[in-house]
Ligand binder design. Structure first.
Ligand SMILES: Cc1cc2nc3c(=O)[nH]c(=O)nc-3n(C[C@H](O)[C@H](O)[C@H](O)COP(=O)(O)OP(=O)(O)OC[C@H]3O[C@@H](n4cnc5c(N)ncnc54)[C@H](O)[C@@H]3O)c2cc1C
Length: 353
């Protein structure tokens, strides 16, 4: 019998890492979870395209204002997300969360009375729906109600903090999925071996040869950075108005399922400007226009799971307009599915499509 050589480099027996393709909020939350389970990862990302995660307002709200309903697993995901982001703040000693005062602005008396009626008849929703009040803002009286449970992830700071933890595991690199080769131990990409590959590509999944991304409905979102006319609080009313850096207001966003390119355009700017004028009674002074593409699905649910024919390939996508709410919660679910074979909730599993 040959004894093991104590001089043998330890990396030869180290477990293979998982390759995460895409470092938006989905890929980053997944990497942090796998790493916490002691599993090595590599995250390959191209952060400089019109990437949704880097353009998001970062609001985390389990309540769907327009439909007076909670989003799927809203309360669970909200509580989990808060704990996750706070933990990241503690680990990095950097602030990434804020809790702005957020209000529903009522554009007319019909919507105001609808809000009052639903609030009175649904005690379970009262914690998400404040009591309507009048306020004098920007020289006029408005009708509004607090939306109390919203917090906000400062997206830039979130990615900086995650990079601090993931460090060398994070690479700016394009992965060409068609170059992945199945091996007895996992998957090979060029000269590197991986235990498995998780595709967290957002709308770029459409070019993936393993997972047919035709179930995704890309949805363009445009927003403007405008000079803040003096709003202290955030307002939601079809679009959002969020005070950002000193003197800047974020005004967004559009939902466009039909678009020619991923860039901001004149039609989007006009639409947002009109909404801004309706909400504030003023013309916007636009500093910059931005756009990002959300990956949404027909049933508005994310998509997670294993490939039915290729063991070791996984998908985590379809976060729609609530990525910062859902990604931490679902990252935990898919990590446990990958590592321990735990079943995923049927409503979000890839198998439902
Ligand atoms: C204007 C706007 C406002 C929004 N506001 C909010 C909000 O307030 N709250 C909220 O929760 N959500 C919001 N969203 C939605 C949120 O941004 C998305 O749900 C979320 O970012 C989706 O994250 P993701 O990681 O799945 O995909 P993405 O953000 O699209 O990230 C995918 C990443 O994968 C990379 N990638 C793809 N293919 C490859 C490859 N082959 N090799 C290497 N890298 C690859 C891409 O470059 C990208 O970096 C908003 C979206 C928009 C557009």
């Amino acid at each position: 019998m040959v004894a093991s050589d104590p001089a043998e480099p330890s990396h030869l027996s180290a477990p293979l890492p998982y390759l995460i393709v895409g470092g938006g909020v989905a890929g980053i939350c997944l990497a942090l979870h796998l790493q916490e389970y002691g599993v090595p990862v590599r995250v390959a990302d191209l952060p400089h395209q019109n990437v949704s995660s880097r353009k998001a307002a970062g609001l985390v709200n389990p309540f769907i204002i327009k439909r007076y309903a909670l989003s799927w697993k809203g309360v669970e995901a909200y509580a989990y997300a808060h704990e996750f982001y706070v933990k990241l703040e503690k680990l990095t000693s950097k602030k990434i969360l804020e809790t702005p005062a957020v209000y529903r602005l009522f554009p007319n008396s019909q919507i105001l009375s609808e809000w009052e009626k639903i609030r009175a008849s649904r005690p379970d929703l009262q914690m998400f729906m404040g009591v309507p009040e009048n306020a004098f803002i920007l020289g006029k009286t408005i009708h509004r109600a607090a939306v109390p449970c919203v917090f906000r992830v400062r997206t830039k700071d979130f990615f900086a903090s995650a990079a601090q933890i993931l460090n060398d595991c994070l690479r700016e690199e394009y992965i060409s999925p068609s170059l992945l080769v199945p091996m007895p131990c996992g998957w090979r990409y060029k000269s590197d071996l991986f235990k498995g590959v998780i595709f967290c590509q957002g709308p770029a999944l459409k070019d993936n040869p393993f997972f047919n991304g035709s179930f995704l409905r890309p949805c363009k979102g445009q927003w403007l950075r405008c000079v803040n006319p003096g709003l202290q609080e955030a307002y939601l009313s079809g679009i959002f108005l969020i005070p950002e850096e000193p003197s800047i207001l974020w005004v967004g966003s559009t939902y466009e399922f039909s678009f020619a390119d991923p860039y901001p355009d004149e039609a989007g700017r006009m639409r947002l400007s009109r909404e801004f004028e309706r909400m504030t009674g003023r013309r916007p002074e636009v500093v910059e226009a931005q756009a990002g593409i959300r990956a949404t699905t027909k049933d508005r649910r994310p998509v997670l799971g294993s490939h039915p024919s290729y063991p070791g390939l996984f998908i985590f996508n379809g976060l729609g307009s609530r990525g910062f709410l859902l990604a931490p919660y679902l990252a935990q679910k898919i990590s446990r599915h990958i590592l321990f074979g735990e079943r995923l909730p049927a409503e979000v599993s890839f198998g439902r499509l």
